[in-house]
Write a protein that binds this ligand. Structure first.
Ligand SMILES: [Zn+2]
Ligand SMILES: [Zn+2]
Length: 400
């Protein structure tokens, strides 16, 4: 029987359990066991993707968990942690394209053996294989070939972001970058925090792809700030692949993510006068001081390269639902979050399902009002850009 499973497929690991750095920009509390526990116990997720698992030390840690019986390999692919969570091991890789651009991609594998094989072949192209997402000297086309040859899947990460997203600076069309033959083996695309379905569906070449909304969490609290609702027979690799390809009734039934205005790169940011653009997109030079020294916003980039002025959603496209994670809500501190979690179990439960009366009873009217107004989409947002997140403004709740 098909059932709904919540999955966030882009989570980083900061350190190994012995304290060796893995992803240097991720928090040091972000170890494998902490991430697993947080994902199940507080975030309400069923499936997570670990994107630094090709680093040899982390691979060994996962293999050790299997050896100790804390995790097991699933018949349908993927790992099962303590019978509570499906873990898909993978890697975020940075390619170097022929035009000199560096671009981020995600690769996932069904088994530890395949992951090890890929880790070995990737390590030959890296200066320090123990650190994740280091620039690799190969273009995406070549890596895609290596990943699929091993039995994995390969697709763009945060596709529209200005620095390392494939559309950000590297190309106007992925099909041109990869060639149409390789483009055919791309089934999915990660939208990134600053984009949503309405924005991405301005590009004709994406009509056939399934969109993913993942957190790209570098710290525990950000796990699940974006996630996907998958309709699957069971939470395993082979079922996920079917959902990516929308076969046998398996599919993504909904994306949950930030309002893209909250993303760090939504609008163009001027590096000279440090203003975030508000004029109609595309803003490609600063309207205030005329500087061309800008970080182009995702909204602006899509307006620049889109095929259509309005989005055209293919029939299969699921709804994209905005959510405002607790960490983005004004006036809700760690203590309140703890009380909410004790009462409702997980953040997904609190944000989307808990009733008004229950929230009021747990944390009082003011906090309940903040959560419910955000759930209804009644929030005022100061738009993000240039690497600074957008902000939910708090005056209307009497909180600052
Ligand atoms: Zn990235
Ligand atoms: Zn990442």
């Amino acid at each position: 029987m098909l059932a709904e499973y919540y999955g966030d497929l882009h989570i980083h690991i900061g350190r190994t359990q012995e304290g060796h750095p893995v992803k240097v920009t991720a928090s040091r509390t972000q170890t494998l066991p902490c991430v697993f526990e947080k994902a199940v116990a507080e975030k309400g997720l069923h499936i997570i993707g670990i994107v630094d698992a090709a680093c040899p030390r982390l691979y060994l840690e996962l293999a050790g968990m299997v050896e100790k019986g804390d995790a097991r390999e699933l018949a349908g692919g993927g790992l099962c942690y303590r019978d509570r969570l499906t873990v898909i091991p993978g890697a975020e890789v940075e390619t170097t394209e022929e035009n000199g651009c560096h671009t981020h991609w995600l690769a996932f594998f069904p088994s530890l053996e395949m992951l090890r094989e890929f880790s070995f072949s990737l390590s030959k192209h890296l200066t320090n294989p123990e650190l994740s997402t280091q620039p690799c000297h190969l273009p995406a086309r070549v890596l895609l070939r290596e990943v699929t040859a091993v039995g994995g899947i390969f697709f763009p990460a945060h596709a529209f972001t200005p620095h390392k997203g494939v559309y950000g600076q590297c190309t106007r069309r992925i099909k041109e970058l990869l060639g149409s033959e390789y483009f055919q083996s791309i089934f999915v695309l990660e939208l990134g925090l600053s984009a949503d379905t309405d924005m991405a569906d301005h590009l004709e070449e994406l009509a056939n792809l399934t969109f993913l909304s993942n957190s790209d969490a570098h710290s525990l609290r950000n796990i699940g700030r974006e996630f996907n609702v998958f309709l699957l027979e069971e939470p395993s690799w082979s079922e996920l692949i079917k959902a990516f390809k929308r076969s046998g009734g398996r599919r993504v039934v909904a994306n949950y993510g930030l309002n893209p205005k909250l993303g760090k790169y939504h609008r163009t940011f001027c590096l000279s006068c440090r203003r975030i653009a508000t004029a109609d997109p595309p803003v490609l030079t600063c309207p205030h001081c005329g500087s061309e020294h800008v970080v182009k916003g995702v909204f602006d980039r899509i307006a620049e390269i889109g095929d259509w002025p309005e989005p055209r959603h293919p029939e299969h496209r699921p709804p994209y639902n905005y959510q405002v994670p607790l960490s983005f809500l004004p006036g809700i501190g760690a203590k309140t979050v703890r009380r909410l979690l004790d009462r409702f179990g997980s953040e997904i439960e609190i944000l989307h399902r808990a009733s008004r009366e229950d929230i009021v009873e747990a944390v009082g009217l003011r906090v309940a009002e903040v959560i419910l107004q955000a759930r209804a989409g009644n929030v005022t947002i100061r738009t993000g850009g240039g690497g600074t997140y957008g902000k939910v403004m708090g005056e209307e709740y009497g909180a600052v």
